[in-house]
Design a protein around this ligand. Sequence first.
Ligand SMILES: NC(=O)c1ccc[n+]([C@@H]2O[C@H](COP(=O)([O-])OP(=O)(O)OC[C@H]3O[C@@H](n4cnc5c(N)ncnc54)[C@H](O)[C@@H]3O)[C@@H](O)[C@H]2O)c1
Length: 407
Amino acid sequence: MYGCSLYLFFLLIGMEYLDARRKPYNVGKVIFGLVLIALCVFVLKQSPGFGDNSVFSRREPGVTHVLVTGGAGYIGSHAALRLLKDNYRVTIVDNLSRGNMGAVKVLQELFPQPGRLQFIFADLGDQKSVNKIFAENAFDAVMHFAAVAYVGESTMEPLRYYHNITSNTLLVLEAMAFHGVKTLIYSSTCATYGEPEKMPITEATPQFPINPYGKAKKMAEDIILDFSKRTDMAVMILRYFNVIGSDPEGRLGEAPRPELREHGRISGACFDAALGVISGLKVKGTDYPTADGTCIRDYIDVTDLVDAHVKAFNKAEPGKVGIYNVGTGRGRSVKEFVDACKKATGIDIKIEYLNRRPGDYAEVYSDPTKINKELNWTAQYTDLKESLSIAWRWQKSHPHGYGANQI
Ligand SMILES: NC(=O)c1ccc[n+]([C@@H]2O[C@H](COP(=O)([O-])OP(=O)(O)OC[C@H]3O[C@@H](n4cnc5c(N)ncnc54)[C@H](O)[C@@H]3O)[C@@H](O)[C@H]2O)c1
């Protein structure tokens, strides 16, 4: 039906155009024709059959539309789940280089209603795609999680890290500015601080990152900060400490690619050891100047982390930048972590004690006073064993990650 009316409109306009050429002063008819076309396009765009994207392309009173970049990944998928539960409209953009389509499918099954969630497969390094995405969607805010995020890998492939983190953030920021998207919540990291002399780390601790990952994130922060001086964009920069855990209701988990295992994080290695995927756990360094000789880190549960994002978003103000550490404020040693993991899994994981890994620092933990005070946020999941038990339940029931939907 719409095709037919379109055809008639174009026929009419064609005739009007020819007519107008014969009578050059008959502009009124041409304008009338153009108005009819505009009307037709408007009616088409409103029609349910026009395409699922249409609802994402317009603003609706009472609906907040958030672009979650990297939403197929570990933290991004948990954030998307929380946003959807809180009735936000969510668009996930991910190139699936590291994330899992299985996580997106879980979200799609939980929120199948039109206008709740859309997934766009795209690479944020591709400027044309990024611009198209922003041109076709009416975003109110961007939570920019997408990134390659392994310290060790960054030392081996620095250019990849600068490109993926710094350059892609610049593209996203340019697109936001061009298309008038008003709020940015940026995923940064405690790796931007490097090896501070004084613990705990506050937001005022000088940033001297020591690896390309931390440096690339710091550069991205600098770009955002410089830009924010010239715009009324509301910006929140969240510097996460070590993220662990998974959805307490067991719908999502952490499932990095097998090839990334060697760069992996301690929780992944613990679970792999408990599942028998690797023969045991290698603890690197037992002679650090800490109580038990192993490194100390601040482990933040992903549920608390995404809560910090929502609180940051709610408090974001035009023309202002908020920078917050997101951590528990408490350091735990690797030995403590491993004990908690053994208890959570009920498996006596074999531990091998090795020499220090170059580039690891002895102690890193946050001072979360600022986020406590200003965003009224405090970590709730501070029992390591509890967080690891929740994550272990998902790991045990998903020994192959998201399985066939891994990619
Ligand atoms: N996991 C942690 O402990 C931790 C700590 C501090 C900061 N962070 C930051 O949090 C964010 C999310 O980390 P994560 O642990 O969920 O990682 P992840 O690898 O699980 O997720 C990252 C997602 O981004 C996607 N992605 C990467 N490059 C992309 C590109 N060019 N275009 C589109 N999508 C792309 C990946 O496919 C993946 O789905 C990152 O910015 C990371 O630096 C993580």
